[in-house]
Design a protein around this ligand. Structure first.
Ligand code: ZN
Length: 268
């Protein structure tokens, strides 16, 4: 599991394009992904981050939850849920210099935050002090303000990474047809391809495999990467919808249209 988000984070890190704000989205091991990113920011080793075994002083402190520059915001809240007052206090202390070169704020379950809290947060991340970094996680990105989303680089983490890589020939055939239709910008072919996912399980498998395919092109600056990011939110929404027994004809049609619209809306 770790390998998958690591595979998406490392290229960013190694090309020196590691962002100030990351958001892990999806139903997978978001905490594990966040820990990995915290270490990428704070690890003292040349080859970041330390794995198991001999670890650097920073990673050791992160593992023990005592690193002074790794701030787990949710744990700092009085009863473990985001409230405006303590959040403001914490944000104010963000203007103080960290112990080391950078300080990392981890905001878990940012989708549980009220709009007011998210707006407060926005000011914090809009003009960050040079030494502050931000890691967010959210199962449901549709509950995160677009203004917050737009300031983060999103990395999707799925629950079962293996389920997302199609072994089933039918699934991979349909996903291939969808990708082909999107690349050709054919709305009609996108609809036809989706309509082949007739039952709920097949639809869910197709969406998971599609999400995996989109993810593999997300970590670049190309137009197709932007299209992938825009479409992935919709794919994720329909994966959730497939869990609650939708009318399949309506679900596949509206899913196809929404994905097509999102994918083709992105301009260079
Ligand atoms: Zn380390």
């Amino acid at each position: 599991m770790a390998d998958n988000f690591a595979a998406r984070l490392r290229p960013l890190y190694e090309t020196g394009k590691f962002p100030h704000a990351l958001l892990f989205a999806g139903d997978g091991a978001l905490g594990e992904a966040a820990d990995y990113a915290v270490k990428l920011y704070l690890c003292e080793n040349e080859d970041k981050p330390c794995g198991s075994g001999d670890v650097c002083r920073s990673c050791d402190m992160i593992n023990r939850g005592i690193h002074p520059d790794a701030v787990r915001v949710k744990d700092e809240m009085p009863d473990g849920s985001y409230k405006i007052k303590p959040l403001r206090g914490l944000i104010d202390s963000g203007s103080l210099r960290p112990r080391g070169d950078v300080r990392v704020y981890v905001f878990e379950a940012v989708d549980e935050m009220s709009e007011q809290c998210q707006n407060t947060l926005l000011k914090f991340i809009e003009e960050p002090a040079e030494y502050n970094r931000f890691i967010f996680s959210a199962e449901n990105v549709s509950r995160v303000l677009p203004t917050v989303l737009s300031r983060t680089v999103r990395i999707f983490v799925a629950r079962d990474e293996r389920a997302a890589s199609p072994e089933n020939a039918q699934v991979s055939e349909i996903v291939g047809a969808i990708a082909f239709a999107l690349a050709r910008k054919s709305e009609y072919e996108t609809l036809v391809a989706f309509s082949r996912a007739k039952d709920r399980q097949l639809f869910a498998d197709v969406l998971k495999a599609l999400l995996e395919k989109l993810r593999s092109v997300m970590v670049s600056d190309s137009v197709s990467a932007k299209s992938a990011v825009a479409s992935a939110d919709i794919v994720y929404k329909y994966i959730k919808r497939a869990e609650v027994n939708p009318n399949m004809a309506i679900a596949t049609t509206s899913c196809a249209l929404e994905i097509y619209a999102a994918y083709t809306a992105v301009r260079a």
